[in-house]
Design a protein around this ligand. Structure first.
Ligand SMILES: C[S@@+](CC[C@H](N)C(=O)[O-])C[C@H]1O[C@@H](n2cnc3c(N)ncnc32)[C@H](O)[C@@H]1O
Length: 296
C-alpha cells in the first residue's frame, strides 16, 4: 500500500465507509500526497487540457473576455493548473487561484475556469442509498455495492464555489469551460460519468491507486445552472465551445488560425465539440442586456 492508500484506509478504519467525495478529495488534493501535488498535464502526464494549446487557447479566452467586458483589467484563472494562460495577458492583468486559496475581492473582473468543475469531488447515489468506499483486504471497494444502472452523481461543493465567486466581485463575469451533459443527455451516462485517467488511458477504475491517477466526472450543467441562479448569478450565455469560437466572428477566427493552424483545428473540432462555455454575469444596474444567447 502507498502512503496515501494507508492514510485513506486508516480513515475508513476510524469512521467506517467514507462518501466517495471524501475519497476523491483525498486522492486528488491531499496536501502532501494528492494527485494534483504533481504535474499531470501534457504529453508526459496523464491528460491534455485546452490550456496546453498555447497561444491559441489563451488568445481565444482573451477574445471572449474582451467581448463581454471590453478593456477588462483583470482575469482571474481559478484552478489554473500550470498557469499556461498567463502568457496571453499583459502584465498585471492575469491572476491565478489554486485549490486552498480564496478568490481575492475585485471591483470589476472576469473570473475564468477551464476544467475546474469536473475535478471537484462528487457523491454517488443509487436510489436513496449513498454509495461509499470501504477497504477490504488492502483494496478499496464500493459499499454497500458498486454503482449500477441509474446511479446519480451530485457535486455539492459547486454551490459554495459559485457563491464565493459571486461574492468576490462587485461586477463582472464568470466564464466556465468544461465538459458535461444537459438533462436530455443523461441517458448517455446511465451508469454515471466517473472516469479515471493514467498516461492518457481512460477507464472506470476510480478506486485504484489513489493519488496516482486522475479522477473526474462530467459536469451536470442543469444542476450547475440552477445553483448559479441561486447564488445570484445571471446566465448570460451557454453554448458549445465551437459555437463560442464561431461567434467571435471571422476576424478573430482568422487571427486564431494564423497563430497556429494545428492548435486552432484541435480547439475548434476536438475540444469545440465536447466542451461547453457558460458565461455568468453579475451586474450592478437593472438593465443589462449583454450580447448573450443560450443556444445549446
Ligand atoms: C483539470 S485541472 C485544470 C487546470 C487548468 N485550468 C487547465 O486548463 O489545464 C483542475 C485544476 O483545478 C484545481 N482545483 C480543484 N479544486 C479547486 C478549487 N476549489 N479552487 C481552486 N482550484 C481548484 C486543481 O488543483 C487543478 O489545478
Amino acid at each position: 500500500m502507498s502512503e496515501l492508500e494507508r492514510k485513506i484506509a486508516e480513515r475508513i478504519q476510524r469512521e467506517g465507509p467514507i462518501p466517495f467525495s471524501v475519497f476523491m478529495e483525498m486522492a486528488l488534493y491531499d496536501e502532501a500526497l494528492g494527485y494534483y501535488r504533481g504535474d499531470p498535464f501534457g504529453k508526459d502526464g496523464d491528460f491534455f487540457t485546452a490550456s496546453q494549446l498555447q497561444p491559441v487557447f489563451g488568445a481565444y479566452v482573451r477574445a471572449v473576455a474582451g467581448k463581454w467586458m471590453p478593456g477588462f483589467e483583470c482575469l482571474v484563472d481559478i484552478g489554473a493548473g500550470r498557469c499556461e494562460l498567463s502568457k496571453s495577458f499583459e502584465d498585471g492583468v492575469y491572476r491565478s487561484v489554486e485549490k486552498g486559496q480564496r478568490i481575492s475581492k475585485s471591483k470589476n473582473a472576469i473570473l475564468f475556469s477551464n476544467e475546474l468543475i469536473d475535478a471537484m469531488p462528487v457523491d454517488l447515489y443509487q436510489g436513496d442509498v449513498m454509495l461509499k468506499v470501504d477497504c477490504r483486504d488492502g483494496r478499496f471497494v464500493w459499499w454497500p455495492h458498486s454503482p449500477g444502472e441509474g446511479v446519480r452523481e451530485t457535486r455539492d461543493v459547486v454551490m459554495a464555489h459559485l457563491h464565493e465567486a459571486y461574492e468576490a466581485i462587485d461586477e463582472g463575469f464568470y466564464i466556465l469551460i468544461d465538459y458535461g451533459y444537459r438533462n436530455l443527455e443523461r441517458g448517455r451516462f446511465a451508469r454515471g460519468s466517473l472516469m479515471s485517467y493514467r498516461k492518457h488511458v481512460a477507464n472506470d477504475e476510480v478506486l485504484l491507486e489513489p493519488g496516482k491517477r486522475d479522477i473526474t466526472a462530467h459536469v451536470d450543467w442543469d444542476s450547475l445552472l440552477d445553483m448559479a441562479v441561486v447564488a445570484g448569478w445571471e446566465v448570460a450565455s451557454f453554448e458549445s465551445l465551437r459555437a463560442s469560437m464561431l461567434s467571435l466572428g471571422p476576424e478573430v477566427m482568422g487571427g486564431l488560425y494564423s497563430l497556429d493552424e494545428m492548435q486552432f483545428r484541435t480547439l475548434l473540432f476536438s475540444f469545440g465539440e465536447s466542451f461547453d462555455v457558460l458565461i455568468l454575469s453579475k451586474r450592478k444596474g437593472p438593465d443589462f442586456a449583454g450580447p448573450g444567447l443560450v443556444n445549446r
